[in-house]
Design a protein around this ligand. Structure first.
Ligand code: AMP
Ligand code: ZN
Length: 480
């Protein structure tokens, strides 16, 4: 099937560009990973639903576009990210370890594993690598040494990058210099407000669990350094796409670009395209880990929501639009997902049927939507229409479903209604009790003993189970 060219929005040119891989045989994407001092919140996870949509799209289109394999890297930030992105404050990891009075390595390991489990639960395919910043200290020191003479200067608390030594510093950032400067707190001796530490020397008496010797004293690397180093190491000096949330567009990525330019001694930013997902916001503002008030995937599951309902909620919005988190929004996505699962279950049970129509037109529409800067909100109604098109034999619709699953990652071919029935953590009644009560109630109704049947229903309601007689989705109960 001929395919639509892929266009993607580039934060650097601020335009939608036709994607042309540097080496079509070897696509390379780097995504800034989580800082593992706490659980990822669902806002962070939106960033990885976005990268997964990108990576699935590149993979799905590869054969028709003549592309080879994709190498996707998501790093794990286990050192260096300060409590302010703008380069001041405490190391988030050290602060968390101190507050919990725990070994920092154990904290990093715990939250890294939790993050990987979140990705699995959301059907986000693992990248080729998850490199840890702390496994690359020697490479970071070598990178800093290579640029130190021409681009850096020493202050008592570390080695600083002089942002005036590279062309066009801060081109990625949207907020004007004034706004940026407002966020960047002064460090005595910095030549320019935007200059940033690439190595932080520990203060005398500072008690860090993670520190290493370097030419600039014992200390730890600056956060921005790790991504320049690991992207270059695993993907080369020039690779196709670099992703992150839009907060990274303001400071972290401009600083990576500056380091990359310093290292190559050229104007190349490192990546051909810089892509950024917009925020998940809640009534109180952007969801953020440091604000404390955040939702994890586990919070959603404990309330009885399936992780894939959250994935669908993300796909209903374009990745460059802000997305409001609300329980109603999630409940609506859940209903939509159940309806899809129901439709697929009915198709699966159908005889293959004589083929009169073809699903290819729907594949083409899926391609057109996803190739238009990953327009997932437009791809979803195409899926609905394809599944409902009775001119296409059931078996052909199931085959086309595989394409939609490949791109959207909703795993509809395998998702059962039973799996979608997530028990809220606080529910005490178990499924066997519910099944037994419902069987008893059916018997009572068959015998026209409505008093008994109502009494059973009332007992179930008292246990938080809503009996759903005549539900159009065919659900006999749900936990209210
Ligand atoms: P962090 O763990 O803070 O380093 O963030 C991991 C990823 O989540 C980064 O790409 C951030 O830009 C992104 N991110 C942080 N907060 C949000 C949010 N509320 N919505 C969407 N993405 C976010
Ligand atoms: Zn990064």
């Amino acid at each position: 099937m001929p395919m639509t060219p892929l266009t993607l929005y580039d934060s650097l040119t601020r335009a939608t560009e036709t994607f042309a891989p540097i080496d079509p045989a070897d696509l390379r994407v780097y995504s800034c990973g989580p800082t593992v001092y706490n659980y990822a919140h669902v806002g962070n996870l939106r960033a990885y639903v976005f990268t997964d949509t990108l990576s699935r799209t590149l993979t799905w289109k590869a054969a028709a576009m003549g592309w080879g394999t994709l190498t996707h890297v998501i790093n794990i930030t286990d050192v260096g990210h300060l409590t302010s992105d703008a380069d001041v404050g405490d190391d988030k990891m050290e602060a968390a370890a101190r507050a919990a009075n725990q070994d920092i390595w154990a904290i990093a390991k715990h939250y890294t594993e939790a993050f990987k489990q979140n990705l699995t639960d959301l059907n986000i395919r693992p990248p080729a690598r998850f490199p840890l910043a702390t496994d690359h200290i020697a490479e970071m020191i070598a990178f800093a040494e290579a640029i130190a003479d021409r681009h850096c200067y020493r202050l008592p608390d570390g080695l600083y990058f002089d942002t005036s030594t590279v062309p066009d510093y801060g081109r990625l950032a949207r907020s004007g210099d004034d706004a940026r400067e407002g966020r960047i707190e002064a460090v005595a001796g910095k030549r320019h407000p935007q200059d940033f530490a690439i190595w932080r020397t520990s203060a005398p008496g500072e008690n860090r669990q993670m520190e290493w010797d370097s030419p600039w004293g014992r200390g730890a690397p600056g956060w921005h350094l790790e991504c320049s180093v690991m992207s270059k190491l695993y993907l080369g000096e020039r690779f196709d796409i670099h992703t992150g949330g839009i907060d990274h567009r303001e400071i972290h990525h401009p600083n990576e670009v500056a380091q990359n330019q310093a290292h190559c001694g050229c104007a190349d930013t490192g990546a051909n395209l810089w892509m950024h997902n917009n925020f998940l916001v809640q009534a109180t503002g952007k969801m953020s880990k440091s604000a404390g008030d955040f939702l994890t995937l586990k919070t959603l599951v404990d309330r009885g929501f399936h992780p894939l309902a959250y994935r669908l909620m993300c796909l209903q919005a374009h990745y460059r639009s802000e997305l409001d988190f609300s329980w109603d929004n999630l409940a609506a996505a859940t209903t939509r997902l159940k309806r899809l699962a129901q439709t697929v279950a009915a198709l699966r049970d159908r005889p293959p049927g004589p083929a009169t129509g073809s699903a290819d037109a729907y594949r083409a529409q899926l391609d057109a939507a996803i190739s238009d800067d990953l327009a997932t909100p437009r791809a979803l109604p195409v899926l609905d229409a394809m599944l409902a098109d009775k001119r296409i034999a059931a078996a052909d619709r199931m085959a086309a479903l595989a394409d939609f699953d490949a791109v959207l990652g909703l795993d509809l071919a395998n998702l059962t209604r039973a799996a979608l029935r997530v028990r809220p953590a606080q529910a005490t009644i178990d499924e066997a009790d519910i099944a037994a009560a419902l069987a008893e109630r059916r018997e009572a109704r068959a015998a026209k003993d409505f008093r008994r049947s109502d009494a059973i229903r009332d007992r179930l309601i008292a246990d938080g189970v809503e009996v759903m007689d005549g539900d159009p989705l065919g659900w006999d109960w749900r936990l209210a």
